[in-house]
Design a binder for this molecule. Structure first.
Ligand code: HEM
Length: 363
């Protein structure tokens, strides 16, 4: 069983991957502009004076309620502390086997559904990491609330045109968000306002669920003999980084690596594109689109140079927890010899996720 080829995917993904990799490229007559080298990508992500963060995850503008330090008013988040990371990964290690056992009890003999199975362990892991002051009942309630908000956001984010303010999708999203914010308002020692905590939790749950599912998909479609779990995690984030593209808006006319980009333009950075550049990745140039965790035994290149966690002030504050959870999951998947039960298609409606990753185990 295989994972569908990212290289031959259509849509935005295909447009970005097939763009010429020379300098800064305009994807349409007036942009958006695509960066194609790590140096350009770093300039865009770190120069916050010329490249503004759009910062509207829910397409509702509500994040502007936060008193942020960047122009868009979107606060930057402090990186998780080592204690928070340890707490989060311990919860994941506890709850993942429980989720597997519950599936075995409820649907014996049926293939596991990675995205479904990862929901609660990841949601509780991120809640436990970030909500040190909450009781277990509160963390459970908030975890369920974040998952409900993520689900309600999906139709809003993936719609071709932003749904109207009073559309059913918007109303459902608002209701789920307010329910979550009310639950968060009861928690002591929140990281920021309930709105900011909700944003951080949603980012810290939706993305790792997709990343974990990709990891299981890749390991399930390959021989896992002798694979180092950390190498498997990096190789997954190289081939299918869930946040495969991010955008900034130019605040003035800018010179980007010799190319003039006008004020108000959208500039794109794609970890997925950068992860396919031969000078950032060890191994044969022809083999770059393939999953080969062993390539990272060659330590002449630094894993992560393709920015799967971003860079600059908006870089991922939860990267250490994200990596720790992925490495733990990879260790489990390798020990249990996961196998894909069906072809995996690519869902690009919201970041990059496998459109159902069904797998079985052999141990
Ligand atoms: C493997 C897992 C993860 C991956 C691949 C990932 C990836 C990313 C990327 C690429 C960005 C930057 C987006 C941009 O520049 O537009 C980001 C931002 C963010 N991530 Fe993660 N992330 C992961 C896990 C987590 C976790 C566990 C948390 C929370 C505990 C988290 C919280 C956030 C937040 C709050 C932001 C927004 C930062 C800001 O705008 O200032 N992420 N993540």
């Amino acid at each position: 069983m295989q994972v569908d080829s990212v290289e031959s995917a259509g849509g935005r993904l295909g447009a970005v991957l097939s763009a010429p990799r020379s300098g800064v490229v305009a994807l349409g007559g007036h942009g958006p502009w695509l960066t194609t080298t790590p140096a350009q990508a770093r300039q865009v992500l770190t120069d916050v004076v010329h490249f503004d963060f759009p910062g509207d995850v829910s397409r509702s503008g509500d994040l502007s309620a936060s008193r942020g330090e960047t122009r868009s008013g979107h606060l930057t988040f402090a990186p998780l502390t080592p204690d928070e990371v340890a707490r989060g990964v311990a919860t994941f290690a506890d709850l993942w086997p429980d989720a597997v056992a519950a599936h075995d009890r409820d649907a014996p003999g049926e293939a596991y559904d990675a995205m479904a199975l990862l929901r609660r362990p990841v949601a509780r892991s991120t809640c436990d990491a970030l909500l040190g002051g909450a009781s277990e009942a509160q963390r459970d309630l908030v975890a369920a609330g974040v998952l409900a908000w993520i689900d309600a956001l999906a139709p809003v984010i993936s719609a071709a045109r932003p749904p109207r303010r009073w559309s059913r999708a918007r109303r459902a999203e608002r209701e789920a968000r307010h329910g979550l914010e009310d639950a968060l308002a009861q928690v002591d020692g929140l990281p920021g306002t309930p709105q900011q905590a909700a944003t951080m939790l949603a980012a810290g749950i939706q993305v790792p669920i997709a990343a974990g599912s990709w990891l299981l998909a890749w390991l399930g479609s390959h021989q896992t003999y002798d694979v180092d779990p950390a190498h498997a995690a990096w190789e997954t984030l190289r081939l299918t980084p869930p946040t495969w593209i991010t955008a900034r808006l130019t605040t003035t006319d800018v010179d980007l690596d010799g190319q003039r980009v006008p004020a108000g333009a959208v500039v794109l950075v794609s970890p997925l594109l950068l992860g396919r550049l031969g000078d950032l990745v060890p191994g044969d140039a022809d083999g770059l689109p393939g999953f080969d965790p062993h390539r990272w035994r060659d330590d002449s290149r630094r894993p992560g140079a393709w920015l799967p966690f971003g860079a600059g002030p908006h870089a991922c504050p939860g990267r250490n927890l994200g990596m720790a959870v992925l490495v733990h999951l990879a260790g489990w998947a390798i020990a249990h010899r996961v196998r894909l039960a069906r072809e995996v298609k690519i869902d690009q409606s919201r970041g990059l996720a496998p459109l159902a990753c069904r797998f079985t185990t052999n141990v």
